[in-house]
Design a protein around this ligand. Structure first.
Ligand code: GAL
Length: 408
């Protein structure tokens, strides 16, 4: 009799768990070595539940993947979950009611108390409801320097952008590419933004990116930034790569002296087992203006009419922001966690620098949070033209000011 009861109970358990076990297709654009290592931490954690992570990696940059993701959701062929950047990329999907309201998960998890800075939630909050789970803070504001390259050139590793520019001739003479840069507009636009913060300063950057003040975009501070961008274009003339991580690899291997890139580059250094402070250095704010921007990634969940899928989506949302997953994912990704109550003593020197700046409040909102996707695309297209031509700094600045004048 007892055996039968146990068998019935076990059967009931299996059928219940089988009924609630869900396969979720998760889309993202994390396909480099470091990114793949990081996203596998998410998949591993989700697969330890009763559910299954079906990986939907989309090759190419965010500029390639975002239209695919958004058109699938708009077109009625949604994935179970997707990565996008923090900021305004999903605002039309949220307004169209196509993304799952996560407010109950956020309240249960105390997100408004643990997410730091809370502005990470603002950009996916509409009418008081929360539609995304932030998973990291990535900042563009970094210059990565190869120790081997400067040793080969016989010069000290620079401690700021000005020292780096002064060392460029020595790098060239040693047959080292001074600046690594992939031939894609989003990379060139990101680097331009970093030079703007470092050279024009935070106030000018905010006036242009937050306030869309065309006069500052057309003014003398930004003229210096466009001149620096023209010099950087020369320094990257021999950087014949496309993808950002190929450019990072030029620095990792000492073929290039430096790269301006977001701190997702750390994932590549760590996969290559390069050691911060020994094999490479990292200068936040180009070493001129130690500040970070709070870019990064969040996950969104397209609505669907199956309550079991919805339950699994909410379980994944809670898992991505849980302390242990925040540590394992961010250490691999090279990003900072979205919560301040976890132990990141394992973080390397560069991440520790980032954590200190974050703790000191030296942060700026990311470009993705300030500009609409359309404005961001226009700026990226201008930078792609500028970097692939001999367009003058003055002409580029005039076109840029026009974009800012109409920015939304
Ligand atoms: C960014 C994203 C990062 C990083 C980078 C390069 O938009 O926030 O996670 O992976 O793209 O793919």
């Amino acid at each position: 009799m007892k055996l039968t009861t146990k068998l019935l109970a076990a059967t009931a358990m299996v059928s219940a768990s089988a009924a609630s076990a869900v396969e979720l297709e998760v889309t993202h654009w994390w396909t480099s070595g470091g990114e793949a290592a990081a996203v596998s931490e998410f998949a591993k954690a989700f697969n330890e539940t009763e559910h299954t992570w079906v990986d939907g990696a989309i090759a190419g940059s965010g500029g390639t993947a975002r239209p695919i993701i958004i058109s699938r959701i708009l077109g009625g062929d949604p994935m179970g979950a997707t990565q996008l950047n923090h900021g305004r990329q999903a605002e039309e999907l949220i307004e169209a009611g196509l993304l799952l309201d996560l407010t109950d998960v956020a309240e249960a998890g105390g997100w408004t108390d643990i997410v730091n800075p809370t502005s990470l939630l603002d950009s996916c909050t509409l009418d008081g409801k929360i539609y995304c789970v932030p998973v990291n803070i990535h900042s563009w504001q970094w210059l990565w320097l190869s120790h081997a390259a400067f040793e080969k050139a016989g010069v000290d590793v620079p401690t700021d952008w000005n020292e780096y520019i002064a060392a460029a001739d020595a790098l060239k003479a040693a047959d080292v590419i001074p600046l690594a840069m992939g031939k894609q507009g989003w990379q060139q636009s990101g680097a331009f933004g970093v030079m703007a913060v470092g050279i024009a300063g935070q106030d000018a950057w905010l006036a242009v990116n937050r306030d869309h003040d065309e006069s500052v975009a057309a003014g003398p501070e930004y003229a210096k930034v466009f001149e620096a961008a023209a010099s950087a274009r020369e320094l990257a003339a021999d950087s014949n790569v496309q993808d950002w991580n190929q450019a990072t690899n030029l620095v990792i291997t000492g073929q290039a002296g430096a790269q301006i890139m977001g701190d997702w580059a750390q994932g590549e250094f760590s996969v290559a087992e390069a050691v911060a402070g020994e094999d490479y250095s990292c200068l936040p704010g180009l070493g001129l203006n130690e500040v970070l921007d709070t870019g990064g990634d969040a996950f969104y969940f397209p609505v669907n009419d199956d309550p079991e899928i919805t339950a699994a989506q909410k379980e994944l949302a809670a898992l991505l922001i849980s302390p242990e997953v925040q540590v394992s994912f961010n250490l691999a990704k090279g990003s900072l966690p979205v919560r301040g109550d976890i132990d990141l003593s394992a973080a390397n020197d560069c991440m520790q620098k980032g954590l200190e700046i974050l703790a000191s409040g030296g942060i700026l909102p990311s470009g993705d949070m300030n500009n609409s996707a359309d404005t961001s695309t226009q700026i990226e297209d201008l930078m792609a033209q500028f970097w692939s031509s001999d367009m003058s700094a003055a002409d580029a600045q005039a076109k840029y000011a026009d974009i800012i004048a109409d920015a939304d």
